[in-house]
Write a protein that binds this ligand. Structure first.
Ligand code: SF4
Length: 237
């Protein structure tokens, strides 16, 4: 059973396991979830380094595993380019975006609403249209102040499992995996970014918190867009 693999203390596990053991554990988590959920298992690919690692791991489990990308009108050109390349390489990767009109500079006046419209709404659509029963993310518990409470397997929405197979990986181990497997990454990392998002809300930042460059100058600084914290199934909205 997938749930038998859950670790109670992920922070402790992150310290105890070495890189190879973590890779093995992540593959096992995806494999078992794929056995349990089949085609209902879908990877959320944000085109950042963590998603690139998870997408690569999932493809090792089965080339048939599907994915979705949530994009917005505010993604940087580099991310749009990576998206075009990935979609042409993997036809099983679908793109969702919401083009509805929003007030000018909503990202500055009300970033929560902006994220709700441009990110949370399309992910709800993706989950519904792709009939997702288990979505797979690149969340890591050492990424920032808002990410310490997650578990490897969660059920925040009843009937929708969220699998975080690299939850216990450190930033360095993600880069180790990508380098060892020669995975192409978003060129924005070469410019100094450590966490990628929409251009108005993402800056280059230093320090321990990888997500410190997100939503600088707003109440959301270093925070979350909502896809990991809000209900994603229609009936719960
Ligand atoms: S990250 Fe910024 S621009 Fe992108 S949806 Fe959220 S608030 Fe809007």
């Amino acid at each position: 059973m997938l749930k038998d693999l859950v670790a109670e203390d992920v922070a402790e596990l992150a310290k105890q396991l070495n890189f190879a053991q973590k890779v093995k554990r992540s593959l096992e988590l995806i494999e078992q979830a794929y056995v349990e959920y089949g085609d209902g298992l879908v990877v959320a690919n944000s085109l950042g380094k963590d998603s690139s690692a998870v997408w690569h791991l999932a493809k090792r489990v089965s080339p048939k595993i599907r994915g979705f990308i949530i994009t917005t009108r505010f993604k940087p050109p580099e991310t749009k380019q990576v998206m075009a390349e990935e979609v042409s390489r993997y036809p099983e990767l679908r793109v969702f975006r919401n083009d509805e009109e929003i007030p000018d500079k909503l990202y500055a006046t009300d970033p929560d609403r902006c994220c709700e419209i441009l990110k949370v709404k399309p992910i709800r659509q993706a989950i519904k249209e792709m009939e997702v029963s288990c979505w797979v993310t690149g969340l890591r518990c050492t990424e920032g102040r808002t990410r310490t409470d997650f578990k490897e397997i969660e059920e925040r929405d009843i009937g929708l499992i969220k699998l975080n197979p690299i939850l216990i990986w450190y930033e360095r181990e993600v880069w180790q995996y990508l380098a060892l497997n020669r995975v192409h990454v978003n060129p924005l990392y070469g410019k100094g970014y450590r966490s990628l998002g929409c251009w108005p809300c993402t800056k280059i930042a230093q320090g321990a918190d990888e997500r410190a460059g997100r939503w600088i100058g707003t109440s959301k600084c270093g925070g979350e867009c909502g896809i990991h914290t809000k209900p994603l199934l229609d009936y719960q909205i």
